[in-house]
Write a protein that binds this ligand. Structure first.
Ligand SMILES: Nc1ncnc2c1ncn2[C@@H]1O[C@H](COP(=O)(O)OP(=O)(O)OP(=O)(O)O)[C@@H](O)[C@H]1O
Length: 302
């Protein structure tokens, strides 16, 4: 599979502080790559560097296998579409007129306009002034503008920002369909794990400018190894008895990792034989939020 985006040591310094630090991205063809991180982590800055909108302080960007430089940038970026921050549009023009402005600038065939409007489900609203659009419609128009060239790579910065649940669901379904239907590769940023979880096939997690995880969503999920939660009548005593399993204590429960069935049976027996009544033994899976906390060691980052 072709690598669509790769960066090496990509870094950006603002005012003497590195806000993006040695980021090595790898995005392969057909992926929906979720670029995840808390506010201010460096997502937009990284995306802007990929699109030639911000000059890297250090490092290189390869798009479609070519290292981007001042000479080939325009040519390479012809195969990309982007929505960075809020979409830019003329409020006094209709949705269609806005697309026509872009069409003229970029020399885009007429049929692409219709198709882009259809994909974002704005065909019936194309004659309306954009100043009368809802936030969700404006966001969809922004995506239509990014899609109009039917680029190989689509870069979307927080595409569901500010949308209501129904709008989020619509955009999510739309994005998920793009690789299969149009052969696109999509990179989208978000600060919401649950959102990326439902859209992405691969994930990069950035925190304080550093890429702390990058792999398939499958691998991220595998990190969410199962653990066993035990609740007894005396969790103090139970923790002492089960010390060799290094239990974590949480709100009256003991949490034990990586236990075989035999070990669970043994634990149960040990507790009961020691006179500690066992109320519950449950298997649980770590949420993505907990995984993020494990990776960053930070509370409430997302
Ligand atoms: N042009 C700039 N000049 C100075 N500092 C900047 C500039 N652009 C971004 N920063 C800083 O770089 C850091 C990363 O910002 P960035 O917008 O890339 O983060 P982000 O992960 O996209 O967050 P958000 O979701 O809040 O936009 C922040 O501390 C921000 O203040």
């Amino acid at each position: 599979m072709e690598t669509i985006v790769s960066t090496e040591g990509l870094s950006k310094e603002y005012g003497g502080v590195f806000r993006v630090k040695h980021v090595d991205l790898q995005i392969r063809e057909g992926e929906v790559y979720g670029f995840l991180g808390p506010n201010g982590a460096g997502k937009s800055t990284t995306m802007k560097m990929l699109l030639g909108l911000v000059k890297p302080t250090q490092g290189t960007v390869h798009l479609f296998g070519k290292q981007m430089n001042d000479k080939n940038r325009v040519e390479i970026l012809r195969q990309t579409g982007a929505l960075i921050e809020s979409p830019s549009y003329y409020g006094h023009l209709t949705g269609m007129e806005n697309l026509r402005v872009m069409q003229k600038l970029l020399d885009i065939p007429e049929k692409n306009l219709r198709e882009a409007l259809r994909i974002v489900r704005l065909e019936n609203q194309a004659g309306k002034k954009v100043s009368h659009y809802s936030l969700g419609m404006k966001q969809r128009l922004g995506i239509a503008m990014a899609l109009m060239r039917f680029p190989k790579l689509l870069v979307l910065d927080e595409p569901t920002n500010g949308l209501d649940p129904a709008g989020i669901e619509e955009i999510r379904e739309l994005i998920k369909a793009l690789p299969q239907q149009y052969g696109m590769t999509v990179m989208l940023s978000s600060h919401l794990l649950a959102e990326v979880d439902q859209m992405a096939t691969a994930v990069g997690i950035i925190d304080h400018g550093e890429l702390i995880f990058q792999n398939s969503l499958e691998v991220l999920r595998r990190k969410s190894a199962h653990y066993v939660a035990v609740r007894t009548q005396d969790s103090e005593e139970a923790a002492r008895l089960l010390e060799r399993y290094r239990p974590k204590r949480e709100a009256g429960w003991l949490l034990l990792e990586n236990l075989s069935d035999a070990a669970v049976a043994q634990i149960n027996q040990q507790l009961v034989c020691s006179g500690v009544q066992v109320f519950r033994i449950e298997e649980r899976q770590r949420s993505l939020e907990e995984i993020f906390l494990d990776l960053t060691g930070k509370e409430g980052a997302l």
